[in-house]
Write a protein that binds this ligand. Structure first.
Ligand SMILES: Cc1cc2nc3c(=O)[nH]c(=O)nc-3n(C[C@H](O)[C@H](O)[C@H](O)COP(=O)(O)OP(=O)(O)OC[C@H]3O[C@@H](n4cnc5c(N)ncnc54)[C@H](O)[C@@H]3O)c2cc1C
Length: 341
């Protein structure tokens, strides 16, 4: 296996936004689909435990990784189709998501401006169904190109076949097949139509006092994100640590009787979504720390590395939060972050 990057005992500090000083036994980075296929067919590779990562902004390493960490270096943005109204782009999995948002805005292609400032790579963005400020990537994904890890066959999944739901897709679920994503295709509109319905976004954008354009929406969202989310350069973190739980209407009504201020969002038939950050804050964790692991003082949903935390420290704090929330609200928080090890 030549031509690709292969490193042994490789430090992953720059590949996990918690900035945990873990190492992987092997790190392999491939540049194209042919190299990926060579890796997948390699006998040594087939015997080893392995995992594919992107930028590591949604991962929590509990230990050093005793196997192979695979990383794509497939780059490139191509035009699949252009009409008077829209464009369809084919993007390599290793492209940085936020750079695509910037590129799209500079070319007058709209639909992803609300997803500004989300760390990570494009492959993972489509796997995770990233979402923010009322928009999810599933709203623009046309197809995802992926290799089945076992059969090594290539599949092109339509949006419908990706089985998208809140922060979820078929690619996150081992039962619907272990896939390696090489490219994503997204369709963007040439007509701006800002989506401002989320929270106080419209108020914040209007307060800029200038014409509402997708670029103004981006800048406003970047400001709002900076106000509440920790910058991984300052404190290692992985964004929202837990998903917002969806509970039954009955359960919600019982909670509302006890906590009249409980915030909520509708979540389909008979379901109510409750902000996990609010639940954690109510349990007194906001701004608190346990050793080197902490809860961000501006947003209780973000767990942070105060400097020298281990993955275990962060996981222990997360466990304490989960038991406190379960004890008080009878709600089980599920991590959005993926634990490794
Ligand atoms: C400060 C901060 C803010 C954030 N804000 C948001 C937000 O607003 N909304 C949101 O949705 N998320 C948010 N996140 C989470 C994170 O940015 C997203 O989950 C992102 O899509 C992860 O991308 P990544 O490249 O870092 O993937 P990683 O964390 O490396 O991997 C994520 C998952 O994808 C898999 N994977 C990655 N690449 C491939 C591939 N090519 N083939 C197969 N599997 C692959 C991994 O195995 C893993 O399961 C935030 C994170 C941080 C640190």
């Amino acid at each position: 296996m030549t031509g690709m990057r292969i490193e042994e005992h490789f430090p992953l500090e720059n590949y996990n936004t918690f900035r945990l000083p873990v190492k992987t036994r092997w790190f392999i980075e491939y540049d194209n689909e042919e190299e990926l296929l060579r890796i997948l067919h390699d006998e040594y590779f087939m015997e080893c435990a392995y995992m594919h990562i992107g930028g590591g902004s949604n991962l929590l390493f509990l230990n050093d990784y005793n196997g192979i960490i695979l990383h794509s270096a497939i780059k490139g943005v191509g035009m699949v189709e252009e009409t008077g109204a829209a464009v369809t782009l084919r993007i390599g999995a290793a492209e940085i998501w936020d750079e695509i948002v910037v590129l799209a805005l500079s070319r007058g292609w709209y639909g992803i401006e609300n997803l500004s400032g989300i760390p990570g790579e494009c492959g993972a963005a489509a796997i995770q169904n990233i979402g923010a400020y009322g928009v999810e990537i599933k709203d623009v994904v046309e197809a995802v190109e992926a290799y089945d890890r076992n059969s090594c066959e290539k599949h092109i999944f339509s949006n419908k076949d990706c089985l998208y739901s809140y922060r979820h897709s078929r690619f996150k679920d081992e039962s619907t097949g272990p896939y390696i994503v090489t490219h994503i295709r997204i369709r963007l509109s040439k007509t701006p139509s800002p989506a401002l319905g989320y929270g106080n976004l419209e108020e914040r954008v209007s307060a800029c006092g200038i014409e509402i354009t997708p670029s103004v929406v981006r800048e406003t969202i970047l400001t709002m994100r900076r106000e509440k989310l920790p910058d991984p350069a300052q404190y290692g973190n992985a964004g929202s640590f837990f998903m917002n739980p969806v509970i039954t209407m009955r359960h919600f009504e019982a909670l509302k009787a006890a906590y009249p201020g409980i915030p909520s969002f509708p979540a389909g038939d008979n379901g109510v979504k409750v902000p996990a950050g609010w639940l954690i804050e109510q349990c007194g964790f906001k701004g608190k720390s346990q050793g080197e692991a902490g809860v961000y003082h501006k947003q209780a949903l973000a767990l942070i590395n105060l400097g020298n935390a281990s993955g275990q420290d962060i996981a222990l704090l997360a466990e304490d939060i989960r038991s406190a929330v379960a004890g008080r609200f009878h709600i089980t928080l599920m991590p959005e972050v993926k634990y490794i090890g």
